[in-house]
Design a binder for this molecule. Structure first.
Ligand SMILES: Cc1ncc(COP(=O)(O)O)c(C=O)c1O
Length: 359
């Protein structure tokens, strides 16, 4: 028998979540963000599941795009950071990739390239996040320069990213939007990530660009995906591989960080930081054994973790365990660890087999 940990990918949940995004932004076309191997769910799998409802898929690099092409994905693909070097441009043309242009060095690449065919371009504007993109005062000049290049297909589109859309009370999203609206540049535009899709309808525009919501997790602190009408697309599941009776006062795991307050049953689960389950999770973090939620005890090790079974006397070796998923919202684990669902989902390691659940 193989090690029991696996990530179950709920294909129907992925489809439901994209439909929900489109329902929230009915006038917009959807760019499904499937970078970082579809936020850990398997980009090819996610793209196949969403092919009917997504107009475009967005990835972080040409390598990620080529994996999708090799996986039989024929939809247009967008490189969110554009080309990193000139040698990528012919591949973009060959494989039907759309490119983001966020820096003058990329315009120089396009200028020097004798293009067999013009590439669709998204001009990235920095409206206040100050990560990637052209300062708004240069937007018009850059747009004109791009529009004059043979390597650039007609119909340049505009893209920008919000810094604080996950904070519903933060006025900065509206300020970024106003700056973008005041530009008055022609072309279709795409501003909204998941948080903006869910919380800022005025930002939706021609296109939306949801990522995390497709996977059923909430972009907002202190809420779950279910609160937003989403369904978890991943269950991280394993099993109890041992139950040991440990005496009062004895300590559990590396560093002896947790001691049994009484003689008790401690369960051992085949899941650890080598699978992407965070080592930093404190004792008391929730783990679902069967249908009961029980506390993690002691340090998470590479391949195993321990749980306090005092409230679950019926637990047996072999019982199913859910680390996160429909029974245990990933947001609860993220909060216990002081992080966000994005890092947990993208952190599930390659040794964890992904299995598909249809329906
Ligand atoms: C440029 C860009 N657009 C869209 C997204 C999707 O954001 P989210 O996953 O918050 O919806 C990301 C994610 O990091 C991004 O970097």
């Amino acid at each position: 028998m193989s090690r029991p940990i696996h990530a179950l990918i709920h294909l129907d949940a992925l489809r439901h979540n994209l439909r929900h995004a489109r329902h929230m932004a009915p006038q917009s076309r959807a760019i499904a963000v499937i970078k970082a191997d579809g936020y850990g769910h398997g980009a090819v799998r996610v793209a196949h599941a969403l092919a009917a409802d997504a107009t475009l898929f967005a990835v972080a690099s040409i390598d990620e795009a080529l994996v999708l092409r090799q996986g039989g994905i024929t939809q247009p693909l967008l490189l969110l950071e554009g080309p990193f070097e000139p040698a990528e441009l012919p591949l973009c043309a060959e494989f039907g990739l759309q490119i983001t242009i966020h820096h003058r060095c990329q315009i120089d690449m396009l200028e020097r390239w004798t293009a067999p065919q013009a590439l669709p371009v998204w001009l990235k504007l920095d409206s206040g996040m100050h990560r990637l993109g052209f300062a708004l005062e240069h937007a018009s000049e850059v747009y004109q320069r791009l529009a004059g290049l043979p390597a650039v297909a007609p119909g340049i589109r505009l893209m920008s990213h919000f810094a604080c859309a996950d904070e519903r009370d933060n006025p900065f999203t509206r300020q970024q939007l106003t700056r973008l609206q005041q530009l008055g540049l022609p072309g279709e535009h795409c501003w909204a990530n998941s948080a903006a899709v869910l919380a800022w309808p005025e930002t939706h525009g021609d296109w939306i660009r949801p990522g995390i919501m497709l996977y059923g997790a909430s972009p907002f602190a202190h809420t779950t995906g279910a609160d937003q009408g989403l369904r978890p697309a991943m269950s991280l599941n394993s099993r109890l591989i041992a139950i040991n009776r440990i005496s009062r006062g004895e300590a559990i795991g590396y560093g002896s960080t947790w001691r049994c307050p009484e003689t008790m049953d401690v369960g051992v689960v085949a899941a650890g930081y080598g699978d992407g389950y965070p080592r930093e999770l404190p004792s008391g973090s929730p783990v679902c054994v069967g249908t009961r939620t029980v506390p993690l005890v002691g340090r998470v090790s590479m391949d195993m973790l321990s749980v306090d079974l005092r409230t679950h006397p019926g637990a047996r070796v072999g019982d199913p365990v859910q680390l996160w998923g429909p029974q245990l919202p990933i947001e609860r684990i993220a909060q216990a660890f002081g992080t966000i669902p994005y890092t947990l989902l993208t952190g599930v390691t390659a040794r964890v087999p992904r299995q598909e659940q249809h329906g």
